[in-house]
Design a protein around this ligand. Structure first.
Ligand SMILES: [Zn+2]
Ligand SMILES: [Zn+2]
Length: 146
């Protein structure tokens, strides 16, 4: 399991990457501001590498999304959409081909890109962890609570 989070110290901008191992302790020191943070590492995280709560803020609400920058995903949709509209008047076939390749690209992303679990409260990201069925996709209503 790999945890990536912003240093909880307000004045610090460090992004910390941390891997809780079987024998890891409960604190981790920020490499930038050297503040020691208490980590909420559970036995499930240590032993099974599965995530049952956020290790940074101990929040229990997390969501799963594709480990792919959303801005790039949005960019692809926009570019392919505009191209398809552009060709629609001159060549409908080209237009369909563009849409089909956008779909194929989307499928490729779906199959080849891993998932990242994110904490609603503190936005800590978790990779390389065992899937937890309790975590669902992003939910705006849940997100607005924070
Ligand atoms: Zn720091
Ligand atoms: Zn959190």
């Amino acid at each position: 399991m790999q945890i990536r989070f912003h240093c909880p110290t307000d004045t610090c901008v460090a992004i910390i990457e941390y891997e809780p191992l079987e024998n890891c302790g409960d604190t981790m020191e920020c490499p930038r501001c050297h503040t020691k943070h208490h980590m909420h590492i559970t036995d499930a995280m240590r032993n099974e590498q599965s995530l049952d709560q956020c290790a940074v803020c101990s929040g229990g609400e997390l969501f799963v999304r594709k480990d792919f920058p959303q801005k790039i995903g949005f960019f692809i949709v926009v570019v392919f959409g505009i191209a398809a509209i552009y060709y629609f008047n001159t060549s409908v076939l080209t237009s369909w081909a563009i849409l089909a390749s956008a779909m194929l690209l989307d499928l490729a992303i779906y199959f080849f890109i891993g998932k990242v679990t994110t904490c609603y409260a503190c936005r800590a990201e978790y990779r390389k962890c065992a899937p937890n069925d309790a975590h669902e996709g992003f939910d705006l209503a849940t997100s607005e609570k924070y």
